[in-house]
Design a protein around this ligand. Structure first.
Ligand SMILES: Cc1ncc(COP(=O)(O)O)c(C=O)c1O
Length: 426
């Protein structure tokens, strides 16, 4: 098995120089090929991305922005960063784009520092209800600088009640309200959030890290169409690009955002990452990507349907996006860590996950979370989702049945071999 995006000469050299790392690389290629990736924040990137991440752009320091750098030799780096910014503006219908954030957490931190002062109040979704760590969880550094208040989903529906969000906003008077999640299987009411932000005089941000590629492909709503001030997204999830972050904003915030990213938070941007992002932003404008984005949602619904046929307890009762959360404690009498491990044994990778107001601790939570972006990138469709749902149910019902797990491992491997990972040849 080899990844056709690395040159054979470079691989031969790596093998001679460091066999341990070479072997780990080969083993990881095998793991990704022979198993199915269902972690909803992961994906198989476009093969072109590998070519640029392994390129000489890695060598270049480019502190500053196109046309205004602190080092010489920028004729090619200026070209790629300008293309990345312009393409991002087209893809997301944004007035301004900053493509330099090294990843999702620094991207969000840069927004907080650009728009707010220390001590200001930010309102985001509670982590255990689907929000993300970088939206002010008490363990993060940001929680020492800003005051975070949280809105939650309703129990047992698992849905956001906008009246309660409005009430919390009126009580706490946040300067910034964040829409965005990493495990909420429903679409946000962006227009409703805009109304609340207007009523309390808050700025409005959406972190669409999970959804970026689905919005780019026109399968989900774009918060910028609803007057959001800032939208952030990681670039390595449904967008299928390099690891990184992107900040899209109204022109009036452009200067503050740019200054906050550099020199406020970061030094030299990773130009190999920005080059890979530029090509990603070209690829997501194709009809092939539009079809992909639509299929991700169709697959998630098919997967959920396969589970619901057996009365599996899904948080919110289903999905409107790419992800699904099962309450495995309620449905199967096991915790998420046990489910995660047993599914790993059959070649299904997903993650244990807390559920709203989880009575169990984060390392032994009540749920599991998974999604369809990566499986869809392999070309899988509804029949394969049904098959995977069926394998999953068998594992969840009998996580200790060694003979069954061995048999199901073979079934998953056979399925995966029919759908090669983009960029990996077997
Ligand atoms: C909604 C959301 N925001 C931010 C991030 C952080 O991204 P990173 O891990 O690249 O820092 C994630 C990552 O999972 C996410 O889901």
């Amino acid at each position: 098995m080899t990844n056709f995006t690395y040159s054979q000469a470079a691989l031969d050299r790596l093998q001679k120089t460091d066999l341990d790392i070479f072997n780990a690389l080969m083993n990881e290629e095998r793991r990704q090929s022979e198993g199915i990736e269902l972690i909803p924040s992961e994906n198989y990137c476009f093969p072109e991305v590998y070519a640029l991440l392994g390129s000489v752009f890695n060598n270049k320091y480019s502190e500053g922005y196109p046309g205004r750098r602190y080092y010489g030799g920028q004729e090619n780096t200026d070209t790629i960063e300008t293309l990345a910014r312009e393409r991002a503006k087209v893809v997301f219908r944004a007035e301004h784009a900053n493509v330099q954030p090294l990843s999702g957490c620094p991207m969000n931190e840069a927004v907080y520092f650009a728009l707010l002062n220390p001590g200001d109040t930010i309102m985001g979704m509670d982590l255990t209800h689907g929000g993300h760590l970088s939206h002010g969880h008490p363990v993060t550094n940001m929680s020492k600088i800003f005051k975070f208040v949280r809105y939650k989903t309703e129990i047992p529906s698992g849905l956001i009640d906008l009246n309660k969000v409005r009430q919390a906003a009126l009580e706490n008077k946040p300067k910034l309200i964040i829409c965005g999640h990493s495990s909420y299987p429903r679409e946000y009411d962006y227009a409703g959030f805009r109304k609340i932000a207007d009523e309390v005089g808050a700025l409005l941000m959406a972190d669409v890290s999970h959804l970026g590629g689905l919005i780019a492909g026109g399968a989900l709503k774009n918060p910028l169409d609803y007057g959001f001030d800032v939208v952030t997204s990681t670039t390595h999830k449904s967008l299928r690009g390099p690891r990184g972050g992107i900040i899209l904003c109204k022109e009036k915030f452009a200067k503050a955002i740019d200054k906050s990213v550099f020199p406020g938070m970061q030094g030299g941007p990773h130009m190999h990452q920005i080059a890979a992002l530029a090509v990603t932003l070209k690829l997501v404008q194709t009809n092939a990507h539009k079809a992909y984005a639509k299929q991700v949602l169709t697959n998630a619904r098919a997967f959920a349907h396969g589970l619901l046929e057996s009365d599996t307890p899904l948080i919110t009762g289903g999905t409107e996006n790419h992800l699904i959360v099962i309450n495995v404690a309620a449905g199967f009498g096991i915790t998420g860590d046990i489910a995660e491990k047993a599914l790993d044994r059959v070649g299904i990778t997903l993650n244990k996950n807390v559920i709203p107001d989880d009575p169990n601790p984060p390392m032994k939570p009540s749920g599991i979370r998974f999604g369809t972006p990566a499986a869809t990138a392999r070309g899988m469709k509804e029949p394969e989702m049904k098959q995977l749902a069926n394998v999953m149910l068998q594992v969840l019902r009998a996580p200790d049945d060694e003979a069954l797990l061995t048999k199901l491992r073979e079934e998953t491997r056979a399925l995966c071999m029919r759908f090669p990972v983009p960029g990996i040849e077997s």
